[in-house]
Design a binder for this molecule. Sequence first.
Ligand code: PLP
Length: 431
Amino acid sequence: MNFENNLAFAKAMDEADELRGFRTQFLFPNQNGKQFIYLCGNSLGLQPKVAHEVLKRQLDNWENHAVEGWFEGETPWMFYHKELKKLMAPIVGASPAEVCPMNTLTVNLHLLMVSFYQPKGNRFKIIMEGGAFPSDQYAIESQVKFHGYKPEEAIIEVFPRAGEETLRTEDIQAQIRLHGDELALVLFGGINYYTGQWFDMEAITKVGHEVGAIVGFDLAHAAGNVPVKLHDWNIDFACWCSYKYQNSGPGGISGIFVHEKHFTNTALNRFAGWWGYQENQRFKMEKGFVPEVGADGWQVSCTQVMPMALYHASLQIFEKAGFIQPLRNKSITLTNYLQFIINEVNIELGEEQYKIITPKDSKDRGAQLSIIAREKGKEIFDGLVDNHILGDWREPDVIRLSPIPLYNSYEDIFLTGKALLNVSTTILGTK
Ligand SMILES: *Cc1c(COP(=O)(O)O)cnc(C)c1O
């Protein structure tokens, strides 16, 4: 597509966008009466306008039914998660039985590692991407220690080649093969939070399985952003948070995926709780844990109704938008447009002040572009915020901007470019 750096072009793109109406379903932050251009949905998605109403409805259920609400009312809480499972499945390419909403992300990462990291003999190592989100690093480090290993011996991190910002699939595969019979677990992010690189999840899974390892993914930055096919790609397990690309609110509920092939595997350890017990026998309160079949068997505590109500409402918006593919189509064009606009700013400035470290090809990324400013990155980021443009800053030197197809427009991108140019010339001076 031939992009143009002018307002008329951006407005024409918005006019032709079939998803443009969804923007009106979200609330935008504003300051001094001026609304922000929000490019931070990779960190915390915007609030859907229905959020108040759905929470109020559950408060009303609680008020009117109290404990009877578990089995009565319009959404009996006992079975409420099933409504979410139906809508979560198409987001991550799974069957409803393979997914379940529960807890928060890092907690689920631990619970799933309890099951899927079972080191034995020589096979005790975990391979992961270098520069993974800190919480994942800490979770893996502590799991390894829990099993009595030293992190420096049991954790292998794969880093980009010297002079490169992102990982090559062939290098990831080579490292997996190299450590083959020592690997208990391959655990990668779907999309790296810092670089925005979308890993070739299917290729990684294939090689992981070839060497006899279990393969799992943290989809914090992938779920609701890019089309993943967890079942078809034969991924063993995955988890994600719903408050980034899925707009379920701060601390929103997490989702897990367990591949159907593990449903009957009784060799898997679990940290169990009553809510993972066989559903139709749960209230017999008997001794000896018998898990419910499917992802539900990993539940520990009772349903978190309020966070689930928010996630449910957000998932219904995805459903109306046709789940992931129509959003992905727009997302590709929107992010390509942002890439074009950043390049235009560089041309105007007469040098590559802004270097995009995210892969250039849309098949290797989602919505996010990670941009390194050659000079004064933090000042420039703050300047954008002063201009009511909210992306996010990640130490040591990256500005992340993520146009979200549900609520960002081409005009947002054009205006961001204009502001970035102004802020740059103010802070850097003209050359
Ligand atoms: C956002 C994010 C988290 C956050 O974990 P919480 O348990 O929800 O706080 C963890 N891992 C990755 C990769 C993330 O991007």
